[in-house]
Ligand binder design. Structure first.
Ligand SMILES: NC(=O)c1ccc[n+]([C@@H]2O[C@H](COP(=O)([O-])OP(=O)(O)OC[C@H]3O[C@@H](n4cnc5c(N)ncnc54)[C@H](OP(=O)(O)O)[C@@H]3O)[C@@H](O)[C@H]2O)c1
Length: 292
């Protein structure tokens, strides 16, 4: 008999992450959801079991703004599971109009949208390598095409902060580090683990609801919401990347509506990709060593 596959989804307490968790649970995967609030996450876990009849649902708690919490989540996960088949780095979002730093001193947008998936993926990589078909799925956004304006000398936007640019940059960098990792895996002959990114579409969730981006953007946001996808529609590309045989060996690609699309190449170069990978590595290593 085939072993039941395990999927781990961050930010699954609502929106696209919860819809993806429900989708995978109804396909009989073992689904581990992540949230930052114990009560809310436990309630979602119970709800998924009730709706799908799948009892193989569990949860982990951690604040993805904090590298020390991510390390704890990964350690607990490794203690409990000896293999991981699907890692979905979904948690993320846009921040408010004023620049904020996390308790660890990282600009908040880059912390949750880039450094959190970077660190969690690297800490769980050995478990993914044990899967015969390991899939890392990073939820990016087409905001990387619309809003990114990276300045690699000021990655955390200490100067001229703008929430849309911060978000667009973080999602662009997430694509770059995913491409970088996919090449690393192939160059090491590890063809059983793939890493891909996607844009879920414009989806009605809590995304941006509490961000307070400023008058005009708040107004525009409310105006266009009725035309957005449902969370279930928003989760379709994630579920496709998680389960479909069609994408089993597809590695290092960016998807929209279940199809491979070219990400923006405007700011791309091998050298820039390497700079961002190095930034993620040193920033997370320094914080983790400090927190030991
Ligand atoms: N909605 C869209 O139109 C859209 C478009 C493009 C890309 N995306 C991307 O899709 C992903 C899912 O977003 P969504 O639309 O479903 O938004 P959402 O409804 O706001 O859900 C975001 C999830 O991430 C969690 N999260 C946020 N910050 C966290 C932190 N510091 N630590 C732990 N968990 C945290 C939230 O937890 P809480 O429940 O505790 O807040 C929630 O479960 C995000 O990466 C977003 O950037 C969304």
């Amino acid at each position: 008999m085939k072993q039941q596959k395990t999927a781990f989804i961050t930010g699954a307490t609502g929106g696209i992450g919860k819809a993806a968790a429900l989708g995978l649970a109804s396909k009989h995967y073992r689904v581990i959801i992540h949230g930052r609030n114990e009560e809310k996450t436990a309630a979602v876990c119970k709800e998924i079991k009730k709706i799908t009849g799948n009892e193989n649902i569990d949860y982990f708690i951690g604040d993805l703004f904090l590298m020390r919490d991510i390390k704890k989540v990964a350690e607990t996960f490794i203690n409990k599971h000896d293999r991981l088949d699907i890692l979905i780095n979904n948690a993320g979002g846009i921040m408010s109009k004023d620049r904020k730093e996390t308790a660890e001193g990282i600009e908040a947008t880059i912390s949750v949208n880039l450094l959190a998936p970077f660190l969690l993926t690297n800490l769980l990589l050995d478990l993914l390598k044990r899967s015969e078909d390991g899939r890392i799925i990073n939820v990016s956004s087409n905001s990387h095409k619309l809003n990114a304006k990276p300045r690699l000398s000021d990655i955390e936007l200490k100067h001229n902060y703008n929430p849309l640019v911060a978000y667009g940059n973080a999602k662009l960098f997430l694509i770059w580090i995913s491409q970088y990792l996919s090449e690393q895996l192939s160059s090491q002959g590890l063809y059983n683990v793939t890493v891909n990114t996607l844009h879920p579409g414009a989806v009605v969730t809590n995304f941006g609801v509490n961000s307070n981006l400023g008058g005009l953007l708040n107004f525009f946001g409310k105006l266009v919401r009725p035309f957005f996808k449902t969370p279930e529609q928003g989760a379709e590309t994630i579920i496709h990347l998680a389960v479909s045989d069609e994408v089993k060996s597809v590695n290092g690609k960016y998807f929209e509506n279940k199809k491979i699309k070219l990400p923006s190449e405007k700011y791309y170069s091998k050298q820039n990709e390497q700079i961002i990978w190095n930034y993620c590595r040193t920033r997370t290593e320094n914080l983790i060593n400090k927190n030991v």
